[in-house]
Structures are given as C-alpha cells and as structure tokens.
Write a protein that binds this ligand. Structure first.
Ligand code: L5Q
Ligand code: ZN
Ligand code: CA
Ligand code: CA
Length: 547
C-alpha cells in the first residue's frame, strides 16, 4: 500500500494517510471504475464510482468534522463542496424530504432537477449521524444535465398526447384494457387500468431529453406495468419496458377454432411462456413446439407480448389451455393431482411432424400433430382429444392396461369415456378437429360406434393383429357400454363408477369381462349391490354382449 502525504480534499476535510478503495478479497464490484483516483476522500472513506459517471455514487465514512443539523446547513455543506458533485445545490438539487430514523440519523433526500424538472432516477441523499456528522453521501446525479439545455425547458406535448403515444407504442388502447374488466356488483366495470405521466429529464446514452415518463398498468389482455418514455418535444418514444416481474402472468390467445381465451402464462426475460404455475401441483403445465419436426420435447412456446394471437399459435394455446382443464377435472372431481397423483408436470408438444393426423401420449408427455387440414385440424383444438391423451397417462399410472388386444381396447375406451366426461354435450370424439370441411361427423361415436367402423357388440368383435389387435376398433364395444351407462345414470354418477373401477379394480391384463366385473364392483362399493346404479351397469354390458 502506497503512503501519501495529506491533501486538502474537495470535501474540505483534512486527512492523514490515505487508503485506496479496498474491496473484500477477490471481489471487485463490477461497477467500480478502478482507474478513478478515489483516495482523496480520506482515511477510511469508502468510495464507489459507477462506470461512465463523473461523480461518485457512494461515499461513506466520517465525512465532516462540523455538525449539520438542518437542510439549510446541509445545502451550505454542498455549496462549500461544489467541486465534488459539480452541482449548484440551490439550482440543481430539490429537497424532497428529510427522514429521521430510530438511530437518530437524518437522511436528506434530494432529486437533481433542471429548471425544476426532475432528472429521472437522479436521487441524491446526504446522511448525518445523531450528532450531525455527515457519514454518507450517495445517489446518482448527472452534472452534464444542468447545462445541456439551451433556453427554457418547455414541453410541446400535453400529458394526454404523451399517453396517447405511449398506448400506441404498445398497440393497445385504454378502452381495450377495460373491455375485459370484471363487472362490479352494480354492473359498472372496475377500472383496473392506471395511467400516469410525469415530465422528467431523461438520460439516454450521453444525451438528455425532456420527456414524459408514462406508466400504463393493466390486467387485461395481459398483466402489464409498462414504463414508456415519450419525448415531450417531438412525441418520439425514447425507451419502454414492461416492469412486470418474473413470474405468473395472465395472458390471452386464440385457440385452434379462433376462440378467445385467457391463459395462465409465465414471464421471464422479456418473454412470455405457455407455462401455467397456478395449479396446486409440484410441477407445471407447459407446452412446447416441435416446429414440424419429430424431435421431442422441442422448444418452449413463447410470445413477446403475452397475446398468443397468431393463427399458428392456436395449437400451442389449446394444448396448454385444455391440459389445464383436464388437470382441473381430475383434481376437482376425484382429488387426483395430475396423472401420477403426485403433481407431476404435464407437458405437451404441438406442431409435431408435418400434416400429422394424430396425437399420442408417449409415456412421458402428450404430442399433437397439426393435421393435414383435410382429415384433421391441429388436434389439440379438441378438449375430448386432450382428455383422451392425458387419460392414457392416468391409466398407465393406475390400472396399467396393456395396450394390446382386449386390455388395449379397454385402455382406448377408458380414454374415450373420460373424453366424454370432460367434453360434455355429445358422445362423439374429436368432432371439433375432425374433417374441417364437414360438420356433424367425428373420429368415433360412443352412442353409435358403427358409424365409424367399430363394433358395438361382442358378436362383431374384430380379430386382427393390426393396430395392436384392433385397440381402436374393438373399443367400440366397451364404448357403447359406457354410452348406455352415462345416458342412464348421468355423468356425475358414471364418472365415479368408472374412476373407481380404473383405480381400484382394473389390471394390466383385464379383459372386457373383467371390465364389467370391475365396474359392477365399483358400483356396488358406491351405491350397493342391486342398486339402480349397479343394475344400470349390468344392463349396459348385457346390451353389448359382455358377461
Ligand atoms: C386415435 C388419438 C386421437 N388417436 N384412432 C390409428 O385410430 C388410430 C389412432 C386413433 F387423438 F387422434 F384421437 O384415437
Ligand atoms: Zn388413445
Ligand atoms: Ca366430443
Ligand atoms: Ca368434421
């Protein structure tokens, strides 16, 4: 350490030996400009400089011998030391307030201003201890701002005009952010939207601008806290950012069928994700895109402004939205927390391959094709298809029905049946995405399986080795039994019987007769042997020839 002779400081303090800035071992604060000679601030004074600034941002130590007990004397201190901060304490600093804390320390809070207009972010604080000794001075001031403007600072834009520019820059109107506000008890809409505008001097690179710092806060169509700096002279947008912190947000989008929906999204690093963290699960519900390839899981589905409104995003939107609906169904109806009943992440990948007319559960995640546009549209656009796929995961973790022959057809039928439980109002599967140019048809019908080439009675069971022993064909038989059960007992009773059979009685090698026996056992547990519910199950399976 180099020893120096004492010098008179700009602060007016006499010091003996002077220490250079000392940082903790091996840690040099990134913003300390090492080349600055800060030693002038005296013995034990710690001084921090930020890159590019011509004045220190923090000086800490015993900075005065005299005592300063009021704002007038503190201002006088600053005047006496004008060369340090290069500011005129009367003209360039505005006292905002003085706070006294529990230690008796006083904190004089100033903001740098130019002709009375605050310099954005230019807070400047002088701190004294209980005796009035100045112990710290910190803040960020920009002496260059003082003489930057020639003549009178005068805004050419009104506040309203600046707000108008700000809304335009984020491609929304205030009215649009109110449209979806919840109606209050009197029918009036709550005004969730807040807009503010304040005239500031704004530093951008090495220039200063007279600007309106505007702030747009709203919840719909996505959660936002925009800060937009609008040049108060020419109306240009100088800078903007959305100050919403990392975390859960509410976004919006359009599904495969063009239907508007709100979405639970996640914001991080200026990017919004189809990533729902709002469920009481240990994992999340997330969607990725395979980008027309067959590599899984692919990249996260993202959006720059939380409005997933591109047509190409419809598949992504619906995959996450409907996965959330299916999660909610299992949680609310059976208190089942995700497919593993342990809160596992539900992952979907969309845009799988090209013109792919199918969807599947691969043992780890759901996968959806976009369809070829003729046989199918994007398959995640149908709640029953999503329910079908996620139910494969539930079956895998419960009954474990082998995907082959009768147990495989049962596996398929369980997925179709829960598809009907979730997508109420019809007994069809895939009607929302099947053959876009033809209405009324579907991939399968539980009420009339023969419409789509499936048997509806054991007498027409198809013996084949293709399609894993006809799993998508013979499922028509248990599907018809499910239809007869639901139409007789209603969804609420039927789903309790089916869920209990699936999670308590069915096994990997269960066949159609075992399914009948499992459902009867479940109905007996819930409603009693010989109850109307029990008898309806027996009747349903009698009608499809399974005993
Ligand atoms: C099927 C799942 C769905 N796929 N049916 C072959 O026949 C074959 C596959 C399917 F999402 F498209 F519905 O159900
Ligand atoms: Zn299936
Ligand atoms: Ca349906
Ligand atoms: Ca159709």
């Amino acid at each position: 350490m180099k020893k120096r002779t004492s010098i008179m400081l700009a602060l007016g303090l006499t010091v003996g030996s002077v220490l250079p800035i000392t940082a903790a071992a091996n840690t040099t604060p990134y913003n300390v400009t090492a080349s600055k000679d800060a030693s002038q601030f005296g013995k034990d004074a710690k001084v921090t400089w930020k890159k590019g600034q011509t004045v220190p941002s923090f000086v800490h130590g015993k900075l005065s011998t005299k005592v300063y007990k009021d704002q007038a004397s503190v201002k006088q201190f600053l005047k006496d030391n004008k060369s340090l901060y290069q500011l005129d304490a009367d003209k360039d600093l505005t006292l905002l307030d003085v706070q006294t804390d529990e230690l008796g320390s006083k904190h004089y809070n100033f903001v740098q201003s130019v002709q009375g207009i605050p310099v954005d972010g230019a807070k400047f604080k002088v701190h004294t201890d209980k005796n009035g000794i100045i112990t710290a001075i910190n803040g960020d001031v920009f002496p260059a701002a003082s003489n930057y403007f020639k003549g009178n600072l005068k805004a050419q834009l009104t506040k309203d005009a600046a707000l108008d520019k700000a809304w335009k820059s984020i491609h929304l109107t205030k009215e649009e952010t109110l449209t979806n506000a919840e109606a209050g008890p009197t029918g009036t809409k709550f005004e969730d939207t807040v807009e503010k505008a304040e005239l500031v001097v704004y530093k951008k690179e090495n220039d200063f601008y007279l600007a309106y710092k505007t702030n747009l806060q709203f919840i719909q169509p996505y959660g936002a806290n925009w800060v937009v700096y609008v040049d108060a002279v020419n109306g240009n947008v100088l800078d903007s950012y959305n100050a919403v912190a990392d975390g859960a947000t509410t976004g919006s989008g359009y599904g495969v069928l063009g239907d508007y929906k709100t979405l639970n999204t996640y914001y991080s690093n200026s990017t919004y994700y189809l990533y729902d963290v709002t469920k009481p699960m240990s994992g999340v519900i997330e969607t990725r895109t395979a980008q027309s390839r067959t590599v899984l899981p692919g990249n996260y589905s993202v959006d720059a402004d939380n409005q997933f409104n591109a047509v190409s995003q419809g598949a992504d939107v619906d995959a996450n939205y409907y996965a959330g609906k299916v999660y909610d169904y299992y949680k609310n109806t059976f208190n089942r927390n995700s497919f593993d009943n342990n809160g596992a992440t539900i992952r979907s990948s969309v845009h799988y391959s090209r013109n792919y007319n199918n969807a599947f559960w691969n043992g780890s995640q759901m996968v959806y094709g976009d369809g070829d546009g003729v046989t199918f549209r994007a398959l995640s656009g149908a709640l029953d298809v999503v329910a079908h796929e996620l139910t494969h995961a539930v079956t895998e973790r419960t009954a474990g029905l082998d995907y082959l022959n009768q147990s495989g057809a049962l596996n398929e039928s369980i997925s179709d049946t829960f598809g009907v439980f979730l997508d109420k109002g019809d007994y069809l599967i895939g009607e929302d995405v099947y053959t876009p140019s033809k209405s009324g048809d579907a991939l399968r019908s539980l009420s009339n399986p023969t419409l789509y080439g499936q048997p509806d009675n054991m007498s027409n069971f198809v013996n084949t080795t293709s399609d894993n022993g006809g799993v998508h064909t013979n499922s028509g038989i248990p599907n018809k039994a499910a239809y007869l059960t639901i139409s007789s007992l209603g969804t609420s009773v039927a789903e309790k019987i089916y869920y209990r059979a699936l999670t308590v009685y069915l096994n990997p090698q269960s066949n159609f007769s075992d399914a009948r026996a499992s459902l009867l056992a479940a109905a007996a547990d819930l409603y009693g042997t010989g109850s109307t519910q029990y008898n309806a199950v027996a009747s349903a399976w009698n009608q499809v020839g399974v005993y």
